[in-house]
Design a protein around this ligand. Structure first.
Ligand code: GLC
Ligand code: GLC
Length: 810
């Protein structure tokens, strides 16, 4: 069952009912100011940090679902309704929500009045624009009373939901132009040099800034007193809960249309210019911002700029094929989601509250794989930020805070895969750009400028961190955990409120990870290549030798006969072996070891992937492990805390399905790879939205596995490494166009379902048009580059500005 449809031409997903199975959201903003917006206008906005600079209050996990947003109440002859359906839930004659790239447009219609609400964050500005267009499609004149409404968050979102003894007394506002501009200045009197405002470009009939005056005592958002009465109360908040609401009288003749522009802005003022007069804030910067969006033409121009921005980004990789689901995923929604992960990391979504988690060392490096071709300069900056938090011994904080860019001690360190992700990220960046200069960039450890060394030295410490931390079998020690945050082999927690991620009461150097071993072997050739480039031939030689050694160790002590083992626990017992009754096989090492080429020659790779097919594949994707854990195991950790089939305990982690997809292409089984991909790619799941439940335009982190009560149901959409890895799987390996150090590799491997297709790839300033005739047989392709046959699968990089035509037969 569907709840909408894709409008590919407009690059929008169109939701046709307010009752989707879960709020289906979008993101606005791409620089410093961001917003989350659901199809019912729910959500909130913030400046840079979703915890510390939140403008709008939002109530997570509330009843009903999705409370807080930008609400417009329309009183038409005594009946009150919202174009977004929420929060009055008054029946609409028509409803539509169009989520586009950086904007959302919600249209509701009732009794001949059509209200269309466009929301966007204009490029280069710290504001959310709400453009409301009202049209009278009826035969009668309409005399509407219209009320805007947002509720202010008192900036620090955590404090805002916990510290009422203080913050019920701090709220302050100012009212200007009879209420056309409403200012929120809580805590401005002390250390905050920022305020917010909500303006409308029209004369108002009234305003409200006090929540209780607007709603009425004990009323919900769906039964507010002011809209029902049709008249603002001109309330001025003092403490409690400040809001901003404009009251507009809108008369519309039959056929007439009127447009209003509301600006919800964030202003920072230099400390010495904070005040216009004692107690009166300096509004000059607010007036300047308001002037930029006071006319619909200015909003049109901002929309045009936004569309151009996205057209430019998306033109870096695009495909034309007969499969429209494939096209829309590759051309629009997957890169869009990758950019959202770039902006948000794991901070703010409808599953992450914007309060808890910062930027992950591992997560951010992985995300980079999905956005480096879109914004290489910003990827460069991100790499330097991440590397600056590394410790001198190569280890890393697991997370850092976006505002301070410093490592976050609360979340700890010691995840022993973390360091290797830096090599992954840097190699991807250099492949894309050819910017070897980044390796000479001076980068500190733990943000201490005195310790700065060239970035290459950071990679070296990463690589050697693994070698310096090998266990009894010569496999890498796992530390707190590896990619699987929930495989906590040194944690041994018996206390309910301890975090599995920070508790560690075993320091034994025994628990080992086969996954990290695979990663090490996989990343070693890149590291060696870069070392050679920098003139460290000995280091390159050593890296290759260590990788060969590790390969042998994996094939000897990391192999279970039919698949790769997962780990050795603290006691040296195998994890992920047929000898156990639970969790006999895990997905991660099968993917990573084969991607690294381990066992490809000896046949183990094929065996491992056949075991995946046999034991882990389901109709909705590949589960993480099987059989699931059924009881808590203190020596294994959080993974065993989940009920069977959910999350890391045998859920379908969409994040590591692409590793198997890529691995299948490594052994040349493109048809199977494409089948796997289609099972989790959102556009292909649209028809089963009632089961999947989340947005059909973005990936979710997890789909409940075959052992779960609710198999097929997804959770945690948007902020997940799933976006980047699936982009890599589909674009680099299935469609087979990927940048390499010396040229663009063209090596499609996706079976025969999609016959002919064309990929247009921009890289290092040149454009490559790659026409593929795909028989589905796989193997090394036949390439003709600008009319000349080329041996192998590498197209040499062309001069910036040139267009290269590639004919590829495979
Ligand atoms: C979450 C984390 C990621 C981790 C994964 C598996 O997605 O953000 O870092 O690898 O879970 O545990
Ligand atoms: C929990 C989640 C896991 C996430 C980790 C880090 O363990 O289950 O997915 O990676 O927290 O916050």
């Amino acid at each position: 069952m569907r709840f909408g449809y894709f409008d590919d031409k407009a690059r929008e997903y169109v939701i046709t009912t307010p009752k989707t199975p879960y709020p289906w959201i979008n993101y606005l903003g791409s620089e410093n100011f961001f917003a989350l917006v659901s199809h019912r206008a729910g959500g909130y906005c913030f400046y840079r940090d979703a915890r510390l600079r939140r403008l709008m209050r939002y109530r997570y996990n509330n009843v009903p679902t999705d409370v807080g947003g930008r609400y417009f109440y329309i009183n038409d002859g005594g009946e009150v309704w919202n174009p977004s359906f929420a929060p009055t839930n008054t029946a609409l004659d028509a409803f539509e929500c169009r989520h586009g790239l950086g904007y959302t447009r919600i249209t509701g219609e009732r009794k001949g009045v059509r209200a269309s609400l466009l929301m966007l964050v204009p490029q280069g500005h710290t504001a959310e624009i709400h453009q409301l267009t009202l049209k009278n499609n009826s035969e009668q004149a309409k005399d509407l009373k219209v009320f805007s409404l947002i509720e202010w968050c008192l900036w620090n979102a955590y404090d805002d939901m916990t510290n009422y003894q203080r913050n019920f007394s701090t709220g302050e506002v100012e009212v200007e132009k009879n209420g056309a501009t409403l200012y929120h200045k809580t805590e401005y009197r002390e250390r905050r040099d920022h305020y917010a405002f909500y303006n409308v470009n029209a004369a108002v009939a009234g305003y409200d800034t006090d929540r209780e005056s607007f709603l009425g005592l004990y009323n919900e958002w769906g039964e507010p007193q002011v809209p029902a009465a049709g008249k603002s109360s001109n309330s001025v908040a003092s403490g409690w809960q400040p809001i901003a609401s404009h009251g507009l009288d809108v008369k519309l003749a039959p056929g007439e249309e009127k447009t209003f522009v509301f600006t919800l802005g964030y202003i920072e003022v230099p400390r010495e210019q904070k005040w216009a007069q004692p107690g009166i804030i300096n509004k000059k910067p607010a007036h300047e911002l308001i002037a930029k969006f006071s006319k619909p033409e200015q909003v049109d121009a901002a929309m045009k700029a936004l569309a151009d921005h996205w057209s430019k980004l998306l033109s870096n990789y695009s495909i034309e094929s007969s499969d429209e689901k494939l096209n829309r995923t590759v051309n629009i929604w997957n890169p869009y989601q990758c950019m959202v992960t770039f902006n948000m990391s794991r901070s703010a979504s409808y599953f992450e509250t914007g309060i808890g988690r910062g930027m992950g060392f591992r997560d951010s490096n992985q995300d980079l794989l999905g956005f480096v071709h879109l914004v290489p300069e910003r990827a460069r900056e991100r790499i330097i930020d991440i590397a600056s938090t590394q410790f001198p011994d190569g280890s890393a904080y697991h997370q850092y805070q976006p505002l301070t860019k410093r490592g976050n001690n609360d979340v700890g360190s010691g995840f022993n895969d973390d360091p290797l992700w830096l090599i992954f990220g840097v190699a991807a960046y250099i492949r894309e750009t050819g910017d070897y200069g980044i390796l000479d960039e001076q980068v500190p450890f733990d943000n201490d400028p005195k310790t700065a060394v060239p970035l290459f030295e950071h990679l070296k410490r990463s690589f050697h961190h693994v070698l310096n931390n090998l266990g009894p079998h010569g496999l890498p020690l796992i530390g707190r955990a590896d990619w699987n945050d929930c495989l906590n082999l040194n944690c041994f927690s018996e206390t309910p409120d301890e975090s599995f991620q920070t508790t560690g009461n075993r320091t034994g150097r025994t628990a080992e990870s086969v996954f990290i071993a695979g990663m090490f072997v996989g990343v070693a050739p890149d590291y060696a290549y870069l070392a050679e480039k920098k003139g460290f031939a000995d280091e390159a030689k050593k890296a290759r030798a260590e990788a060969a050694k590790m390969t042998d160790v994996v094939l000897k002590d990391g192999w279970d006969g039919e698949w790769f083992l997962r780990a050795y626990d603290f006691f040296g017992k195998k994890i992920g072996t047929k000898d156990n009754t639970e969790a006999q096989i895990f997905i991660e090492p099968q993917g990573f070891c084969v991607m690294a080429g381990i066992g490809v020659e000896g046949g183990q790779a094929k065996k491992a992937l056949d075991s995946v097919k046999e034991r882990l594949d389901t109709k909705y994707g590949i589960v993480l492990n099987n059989p699931p854990y059924t009881k808590y195991h203190v020596e294994i950790g959080e993974i065993t805390s989940y009920p069977p089939g959910y999350k890391e305990n045998a859920g379908i982690f969409c994040h590591n399905n692409p590793w198997i997809i890529i691995a299948e292409t490594v052994i040349g089984r493109g048809d199977r790879a494409f089948e796997y991909w289609k099972k989790i790619a959102p556009a292909y799941l649209e028809e089963q939205s009632e089961i999947h439940r989340l947005e059909p335009y973005v990936y979710a982190q997890m789909i409940a596995g075959k052992d779960a009560v609710r198999h097929g149901e997804a959770k945690n959409s948007w902020l997940t490494g799933t976006a980047a890895w699936n982009f890599v799987a589909i674009s680099h390996y299935l469609l087979g166009v990927r940048p390499d150090f010396e040229g663009l590799r063209v090596h499609p491997c996706m079976g025969g379902e999609v016959g002919k297709f064309t990929v247009t790839r921009k890289c290092r300033g040149a454009e490559y048009r790659i026409h593929v005739k795909n028989s589905g047989k796989g193997g090394v392709p036949k390439l003709v580059v600008d009319g000349k046959p080329v041996a192998g699968d590498l197209v040499p990089y062309a001069k910036a500005g040139s267009t290269v035509i590639v004919e590829c037969e495979v």
